[in-house]
Write a protein that binds this ligand. Structure first.
Ligand code: ZN
Ligand code: ZN
Length: 280
């Protein structure tokens, strides 16, 4: 199993020189299983390149799209997902319902008139929806040989962290989450997702802020990279990728941050668009 990072920028995309090494596309991650399973987490603008990659591959034309939440930086790439225009593909969108917001209602709305010329049902692909319970409990979602577990995390309007497992190997995607404002129960649930039944090999977590910058943004829904390192260490995670980079952070600023992060924990790096991470 491996993960391809289609986008790791938070809040909104950036497309200008000085930002392209870490990348300007917003959140989208592709998890590919050994047996050809494909799961995309989030449909930020990074989903465009991930979809194009899948269209070039052989194998079953099926993909699951798991949504952490519906904020635009995590969904605005949907109209650019080429698979949706290809009638040979089946796209299953899945997310826990959140109040009255159900995946079957929310996602097609991004393409409703007057926002887009085609509606989901006219685009070509077979689109299915899966409404997940708020937490998976003891019933993971099975996608081929992959198991998916999840739990709610603290973020304005709510958000979901996912764990994708292939045998004993697992990757946890936890974006967006505000650790400091999480209840002890919510912190415990995310820690358990990272640690159980085996410590995740890879954790991809929202560390948009640092200890110094967090206070000015408390309540905005994001964690500090120091909190990501502490959680990864406490739960036995092998490798940490910090994500949801602020849109005003240039490559040079992120290089400086990456050096600080590496000094704190050598197994932590900042995510980069296009990076391929083995979950081993
Ligand atoms: Zn976000
Ligand atoms: Zn958000």
């Amino acid at each position: 199993m491996h993960v391809i990072i289609g986008g790791c920028r938070g809040t909104h995309p950036v497309a200008q020189p000085g930002y392209m090494r870490y990348g300007g596309e917003t959140t989208s991650y592709l998890v590919e299983g050994a047996a050809g399973e494909r799961v995309i987490v989030d449909a930020g603008t990074g989903v465009r390149a991930l979809g194009a990659r899948l269209q070039k591959q052989h194998g079953p034309r099926r993909v699951h799209l798991l949504l952490t939440h519906y904020h635009l930086d995590h969904t605005m790439g949907l109209p650019a997902l080429g698979l949706l225009y290809d009638r040979r593909w089946t796209v299953t969108m899945a997310a826990p319902s959140r109040g009255r917001h159900v995946v079957r209602d929310v996602m097609p709305r991004l393409l409703h008139a007057p926002f887009w010329p085609l509606q989901v049902e006219d685009m070509g692909a077979a689109v299915r929806y899966r409404n997940l319970p708020r937490t998976c409990g003891t019933h993971p979602l099975r996608i081929g040989a992959l198991r998916v577990r999840w739990c709610p995390v603290q973020h304005p309007g709510g958000c979901t962290a996912y764990r994708l497992e292939e045998g004993p190997k697992a990757v946890v995607v936890a974006t967006d989450v505000e650790w400091a404002r999480s209840t002890p129960a919510a912190q415990g649930a995310l820690a358990a997702l990272c640690r159980e039944p085996t410590p995740a090999r890879v954790l991809i977590m929202d560390g948009q802020y640092s200890r110094g910058t967090y206070a000015a943004h408390a309540g905005w829904g994001h964690s500090t990279w120091e909190e990501c390192v502490a959680l990864a260490r406490a739960t036995g995670v092998r490798r940490l990728l910090i994500t949801h980079h602020a849109p005003d952070q240039t490559d040079r600023a992120l290089d400086r941050l990456a050096r600080q992060v590496a000094r704190a924990w050598p197994d932590a790096t900042l995510a980069r668009t296009g990076e391929r991470v083995r979950v081993a």
